[in-house]
Design a protein around this ligand. Structure first.
Ligand code: FMN
Length: 194
């Protein structure tokens, strides 16, 4: 399956990239074609025009390239941190540039934070947002607390937190795979209604 892992911290000392790297490695090991979409590296501007608001061929190339990747993906994993009980603006800004590009595929939420609550409040907010954007949000979620102790910089699990993540991930991935396959089969069986 063609899967995008999306992550959006712009902080120079960002820690969530560890979890994004872990998700990419694990999903790749399960046989998928996986790409990390790092909002900071993509470098979209603060939202001015959505991708669809540009005339054909006139959107900035980074925005157009990402639109094509989103359209080609069969499933999405959103790696979300929490700032002041809310979303990280970089990832929200990236997602808001698109709408129809996201439709008719499943999304899974992996949350994290420095504290023990593992980004649970951000995870909850993202659920509604991804649903509004036309994705089917799977019920499996994983929250990684004390992110700096649960994964090293390469994204290798460490300590009790890392062990808990490694135990939970296969079921999370299997849930996403099942819905991804279901959505693909349904799109082939019958074109989306809009
Ligand atoms: C502006 C800001 C606000 C934060 N607010 C929260 C919060 O509400 N809840 C929480 O659990 N952690 C919070 N934290 C701690 C983050 O969980 C921690 O810094 C995490 O590593 C941020 O993700 P990043 O490193 O990928 O940017 C906050 C951090 C920052 C920089």
């Amino acid at each position: 399956m063609n899967i995008l892992v999306l992550y959006g911290s712009y902080r120079r000392d960002r820690a969530g990239i560890r979890l994004a790297r872990y998700a990419v490695a694990e999903l790749t090991a399960r046989g998928h074609k996986v790409e990390l979409i790092d909002a900071q590296a993509v470098g979209l501007p603060m939202l001015d025009r959505m991708f669809k608001e540009y005339a054909p061929g006139e959107a900035p190339s980074n925005m157009a390239n990402l639109a094509a990747k989103i359209r080609a993906a069969e499933a999405f994993v959103f790696v979300v941190g929490e700032y002041n009980w809310g979303m990280q603006p970089g990832l929200k800004n990236l997602t808001d540039h698109y709408l129809e590009e996201w439709f008719w595929r499943p999304a899974a939420i992996l949350s994290y934070s420095a504290g023990r609550l593992a980004g649970a409040r951000s995870s909850l907010v993202w659920h509604g947002t991804l649903s509004e954007m036309g994705m089917v949000v799977i019920s499996s979620t994983i929250g990684v607390g004390q992110i700096g102790q649960a994964l090293d910089e390469q994204g290798t699990p460490t300590g009790d937190g890392g062990a808990a993540l490694a135990r939970a991930f296969p079921r999370f991935a299997a849930d996403l795979e099942w819905w991804g396959e279901a959505a693909l089969a349904q799109r082939e069986r019958r074109a989306p209604p809009y």
